[in-house]
Structure formats: C-alpha cells, structure tokens
Design a protein around this ligand. Structure first.
Ligand code: OGA
Ligand code: MN
Length: 300
C-alpha cells in the first residue's frame, strides 16, 4: 500500500491517494494499522476501484470501531429506507430506486449536506470516521469538498487561539436545517431525536497525533455563555477562515471510489449536481467516536 499526498497546505499534507490495496477482502491487522496511520497523517484518504457491496463495505468499516446506526427521524423511517440502518443513504433515490422529486422531503432535508459540516456533530458522542462509497456518479457536478481543520487552527493568530481554547459550542440539527430554511415546527416535529442541543469543545486535540483542530460544523447554533448573535457571527468568521481554498481538497468522484475522512479534524460539504436528471448513488458507513468532547449539560 502506498499513499501519495493530494494537497499540501502550510501545516503539511492533507488528503492522500492510496494505491495497492483491495479493501473488499479481509485485511490483516497490519493493513488496518497502516490505514489508520494514513488517516492520522492525511485526515482524508481516497481509494479507487473498490467494488464494495453493502456487506463488504460494512465488514471493512468495522475494522475501525463501532458503527453508527441512523435511528429515528424521517430520514430513516423503515418503510422509506432503501438501505439497512447501518448505511446512510447519500443518494437521490427512493426505496424503489426512483429519483426523488424536487419537493420530496427527504431530498430537501439532505440538502443540508451542502453546508460545511462534520458528521453527527449533533450527537454527544460524534463520529470518528465516515466512509463514503460511490456506486453511481453523475456525469458532472456532485464533488465533495474537504477542509483541513488542523491547518485552519494552526493559521489562527495567537490571540484568537488563546480566546477559543476552552470555548464550548452547542450543536443541533435544528440549527443547520434553519440555515436552509426549515422552520422548527416543520422539521422539529418529525426529527425530535436530533434536536436536543449537545455541547462540544471548539478546539479538539487528536488522541493519537496530539494536533489541535477547530471543531466547526453547520450544526453549531451558539457558544455557551455568549449572546447568540455574537456567537453566530464569530462562528461564521471562523468557518469562513477555515474553508479558504488553501485548506480545501475537492474530490471528483469516479464509480467505486471509497473516501474515508476523519470528522474530528475535517469538515466537508456536497456540491451541486442535476439531481432531477442524473443519478448519484453513494453509501456511507460511519464509525462512532470514542467519547464526548466535553461534559453535557445536566438535564433541567
Ligand atoms: C456525507 C456527506 C457529501 C456528498 O456523506 O456525510 O456529507 O458529497 N456527503 O455527498
Ligand atoms: Mn456529511
């Protein structure tokens, strides 16, 4: 297995292109360790030609920890699902493999992926890795962009680093949905499980490398102890800073690509494509993190 850097920024390599390994077959402990070491260094790894089905993707994913299960909420009603609960359906298809119409609620909710975010940051224990497998890709558009939150942190001035060191933010799906125009009554009633705000540190330290990174996400709605407008304005400034092109790698998908990213040290977003005329069938398995980033608020 070899890894070639895809981008470089002032803090080092970001995103690696991996060759010489077939992930659909059982891996040795050494191979898994080499992938984890690559993740620690590059934060995003791209593999081409990985002909996964759902079972082989899930089996491969389990090498890295416990799988996250999407539960509750309208995105995962059993009667509407195309895929099993361990697999997030990042496609524009319904359970009968028909293109979702323009006004389809699941389609509209999924447009939240177009905002810069970190997966499952609305959970008290947020995601470690996400693994996204491309089965069918559109002829144009539909890239996924990744931003290096380690490099973004390193590039802050000393005063800002000192100011944010111990800040705690509140994340909820309600906030990101609000940004794309859902109202609380509309989205909230159907997605109760994802709405209770959770707290996370704004600065995280990677458990293996010890590198610090900004923990930003579209799900952030406020900073604990700050007036909301001031918090939102500051989070917006930090997000603008962190997503400058020098910190970003854009992935152009080919069928059978697998991309793994570390949600603790990166943000990502989906880019537009013609989802009424083209099919994009991507499937994501998600590895649960090891723990909370900060204690949660006591229940009132
Ligand atoms: C995801 C996601 C972006 C994309 O799978 O978590 O945000 O480009 N995907 O589909
Ligand atoms: Mn995502």
């Amino acid at each position: 297995m070899k890894i070639a850097p895809l981008t470089r920024n002032p803090s080092g390599d970001f995103a690696g292109d991996v060759t010489g390994i077939d992930l659909t077959r059982p891996l040795t402990a050494d191979q898994v360790a080499a992938i984890e070491a690559g993740m620690d260094r590059f934060a995003v790894l791209v593999f081409h030609g990985q002909h996964f089905d759902d079972d082989t993707q899930l089996a491969f994913s389990r090498n890295f920890g416990e799988l996250e299960i999407s539960s509750g909420g309208e995105m995962s009603k059993p009667e509407d699902r195309r895929l099993k609960l361990e697999m997030a359906d990042i496609s524009n298809l319904d359970r009968d493999n028909r293109v979702r119409t323009a006004d389809d609620r699941v389609r509209l909710g999924a447009l939240g992926n177009r905002l810069w975010h970190s997966d499952a940051s609305f959970r008290a224990i947020p995601a470690k890795y996400s693994l996204l497998s491309a089965r069918i890709v559109p002829g144009s558009g539909g890239n996924t962009e990744f931003a290096d939150m380690r490099a973004a942190y390193d590039a802050l001035d000393d005063a800002t680093r000192a100011e944010i060191e111990d800040l705690v933010t509140e994340h909820s799906n309600a906030y990101s949905r609000e940004v794309i125009g859902f109202t609380k009554d509309d989205y909230g009633a159907r997605n109760q499980d994802k709405l209770h705000p959770v707290r996370h540190r704004l600065v995280r330290t990677h458990p293996v490398t010890g590198r610090k990174s900004l923990y930003l996400s579209a799900h952030i709605g406020t900073i604990v102890g700050w007036p909301m407008p001031e918090a939102r304005a500051f989070i917006r400034d930090l997000t603008e800073h962190a997503t400058q092109r020098c910190f970003v790698h854009a992935h152009v998908w080919r069928p059978w690509d697998l991309v793994i990213w570390d949600n603790r040290t990166t943000m990502h977003r989906a880019r537009r494509y013609d989802d009424q005329r083209e099919i994009r069938d991507m499937r994501r398995s998600t590895i649960r993190g090891d723990g909370m980033t900060t204690p949660q608020q006591e229940a009132a």
